[in-house]
Design a protein. Structure first.
Length: 165
C-alpha cells in the first residue's frame, strides 16, 4: 500500500476514523478485509462510503463512461442501487464488527461530484484517513485519470491506496 500525506498535515494525531471509499463490488472486499484485520498496518473505526453514480453522470464522469452505461429511469436506478449497496454494506459491516471494528455505512446517491461529496463528508465526520483500493491499469489511468488521483489532489488528510491487478 502507498500512504500519501498532505504537506500541511499534522501527523501527531492518532487515526481514530478512516473513510473507506468503495463501490462495494466483490473485488474490493479483499481490501476492506485487509484493512479491518489490521494487515495494512492501520486499524481504526471505519466510515464505509459508497457513491451511487446517476445515469446522467455516466456521460459526465469519465470513469463511469469507460465502464459503459445505458439510459434507465433515474429514480428506478437510484432506488435499486441504494438498496443493493446498503445490503452489501451491512454484510461488510458484520465482518468488521466481528473483528471489533466499528463501522458506519454511508451510501450517497446525491448528484454532486464524487470527490466533492467525499471531501465534504471527510470534513463533516472528522475523518483522519481515506483508504481505498485501486484497480486502474496504466493506460486507463493516463487516458481517464483516476478517482484515487483526484482524491489525493484534494485531500487534507492522508490517503492510503493499495493497488491490485
Amino acid at each position: 500500500p502507498t500512504l500519501i500525506i498532505p504537506p500541511n498535515y499534522n501527523f501527531s494525531k492518532k487515526i481514530n476514523k478512516t473513510l473507506i471509499s468503495t463501490s462495494l463490488h466483490d473485488k474490493e472486499k479483499t481490501f476492506f478485509e485487509e484493512f479491518v484485520s489490521g494487515k495494512l498496518g492501520l486499524k481504526s473505526d471505519v466510515l464505509l462510503y459508497s457513491k451511487v453514480f446517476h445515469p446522467i453522470d455516466a456521460f459526465a464522469t469519465s470513469t463511469a463512461t469507460a465502464l459503459g452505461g445505458a439510459w434507465v429511469s433515474i429514480e428506478t436506478f437510484s432506488q435499486e442501487a441504494v438498496v443493493e449497496r446498503i445490503k452489501k454494506g451491512e454484510n461488510w459491516k458484520k465482518l468488521a464488527e466481528a473483528q471489533g471494528v466499528h463501522v458506519d455505512l454511508k451510501v450517497d446517491d446525491n448528484t454532486k461530484d464524487f470527490v466533492e461529496s467525499l471531501m465534504e463528508l471527510v470534513e463533516k465526520e472528522g475523518v483522519q484517513l481515506i483508504a481505498m483500493p485501486s484497480f486502474t491499469g496504466g493506460a486507463e489511468a493516463i487516458l481517464l485519470g483516476s478517482n484515487a488521483r483526484e482524491i489525493i489532489r484534494n485531500s487534507k488528510v492522508p490517503v492510503l491506496v493499495k493497488h491490485y491487478q
